[in-house]
Write a protein that binds this ligand. Structure first.
Ligand code: IMP
Length: 188
């Protein structure tokens, strides 16, 4: 099976934002960030694996010096693929963030529970500033308030894949964002 640009692959319902729209929006956000962080190097912190594609695209368009670091989390969800489970760090950052200007880069803020957990953990490590930048924001499912400083798109209450977001580890490498076909969702 190949992903052909002009055809929506099996399992997907429709394209939500095209690759051109995604790239344009990331460029706008990168310009905003570049205008803000002019004093000192900015540290982008990505959450494996979902935010990798967004973080690298963003970093390449930011025009001020950036450092990057990654952490990985495991979520013990009440049911498979559900948002809002208990979050644990399964891979910590390689370096400290004390006194640094930090932007947590997320693929999606959904319930907000993961982001809130990560923010509290990072804030405890003494950064100079701490902000949030997310590719997607699904406010309709929010359980805890989260202040988002940079957001590319707000999305409806549908499961979305592409640009790093997966369903069962697939579709991350799509350059566009698409709605998963509910008929493709399986119980396992
Ligand atoms: P939260 O704690 O509910 O905000 O969970 C956010 C995490 O759930 C994200 O980092 C994603 O890994 C996952 N997630 C939530 N919604 C989607 C979606 O529509 N597509 C893919 N992953 C999602």
């Amino acid at each position: 099976m190949t992903y052909r640009k002009e055809i929506v692959p099996p399992g997907l319902e429709r394209v939500l934002f095209t690759e051109a729209q995604v790239n344009r929006r990331i460029a706008e956000i990168a310009a905003e960030i570049s205008a803000k962080y002019t004093e000192r190097p900015l540290k982008l912190i990505g959450v494996l694996k979902g935010s990798v594609f967004f973080l690298t695209a963003l970093a390449r368009l930011i025009t001020v010096p950036v450092k990057i670091d990654f952490l990985a989390i495991s979520t013990f969800a009440p049911q498979p693929r559900a948002s809002g489970g208990v979050v644990r760090i399964s891979k910590d950052l390689d370096e400290g963030i004390e006194n640094e200007d930090v932007l947590l880069v997320e693929d999606i803020v959904d319930t907000g529970l993961t982001t809130r957990y990560l923010l509290q953990m990072l804030a405890g490590r003494g950064p100079n500033t701490l902000g949030i930048c997310t590719l997607l924001d699904r406010t309709s499912k929010r359980l805890v308030p989260v202040t988002i400083h940079y957001r590319c798109f707000e999305i409806p209450d549908r499961f979305v894949v592409g640009c790093g977001l997966d369903y069962k580890q697939l579709y991350r490498n799509l350059g566009y964002l698409a709605v998963l076909d509910p008929a493709a969702v399986t119980a396992d």
